[in-house]
Write a protein that binds this ligand. Sequence first.
Ligand SMILES: Cc1ncc(COP(=O)(O)O)c(C=O)c1O
Length: 403
Amino acid sequence: MTDIQSLRNDFPILNKQLDGQPLCYLDSAATAQKPNKVIDVIKTFYQNENSNVHRGLHTLSENATVRYESARETIANFLNVETREIVWTSGATESLNLLAHGLSARFNSDSVIAISPFEHHANIVPWQEACQRTGATLLVLPMLDGVLDEQGAIALLKQHKPDVLAMGHVSNALGNIHPVESLISVCNALGTITVIDGAQSLLHLRPDLKALDCDFYVFSAHKALGPTGVGGLYGKYQQLNALPVYKTGGEMIKEVNFERSSYREAPGKFEPGTPNISGVIGFAAAIDYVNEIDPSALQRYEQALYHSLLEKLRQIKGITVYGDTQNNVGVVSFNYKNEHHYDLATLLNTYGVAVRSGHHCTQPLMKMLKVNGTVRASLAFYNNQDDIEHFINALNATIDLLD
Ligand SMILES: Cc1ncc(COP(=O)(O)O)c(C=O)c1O
């Protein structure tokens, strides 16, 4: 059985001191830290293996191509889907833009696109742009006390029969785990295409996409121990292949003539130009690393840490915690009295505590919660009880300064 506590030693940055304070990293929802395995694979690639993919007959290029393509198999196996159903992109943002662009080719003024109130701007703005281009309507599902109103959402979906439901599996601002299973099943019965933003769920929930039965799922490597600037999207093959091309250029073509060009089948037709080869290989190393950890042990550990943090935070008078604390991946989003979240985060930083403050790229959600932002402490399995103590002590000291 995996000793989750010992995995912390695989993350060199966590031993860092900041201005004489040990780093207390509670910002994994922004980006996760990287284990040695990922760092080493990327370094080794550039030291010994660097070459372009898909276009060389020489050994280095052939090896790089094999590594790049087997990384696709690694993530496909992790998500329990077919290898040809995975497209590499620069991350969740690009994946969502690709989907909003591609799916909007079918939108008209009768089309309805449903989103949840919890969405990251990356899962709002591309759809908004698509609606503006096509005359389609953006429908926002209801929220109740900081949690998605599941029954209200289902009723609205049945009433409007949207063309697309695009929603996050997990809220980045609050950590809420959304009931995507029931909404996907309603959408599948209605013929509504489902796009699940998995940026925050890939690492914590390890979804089985066959079981989830969504049409599309997007993700970023850097939220799941991998490098920045790379990620991807899954699509049920027929639907994926039916999407029009997004970015164009070399490598994604079958034949180019000055009059017109023809394109490869998916996933190739969505991957023009030289890809982020070291990023993809580093991402596969991150998935290999995660595969060695027992998922239920990891979730039990993260939940125990989360509830310990929550309990200690609630003992501080004047703290308001937002969101769903029953179904949560380990994110605590809070404010203290009327103090500005920016001041809290800035003072916490002087104690080596790295938290996020602001609207977390969810301005509409913040408006619904009637705040202009929160402090967000987000956990991962490499955090420990010392981090929780450190954070609570730093917060108490910060509050003493502000009161
Ligand atoms: C829920 C969610 N969706 C989308 C994104 C965008 O991801 P990226 O910046 O890696 O493209 C993020 C990043 O914070 C996120 O948390």
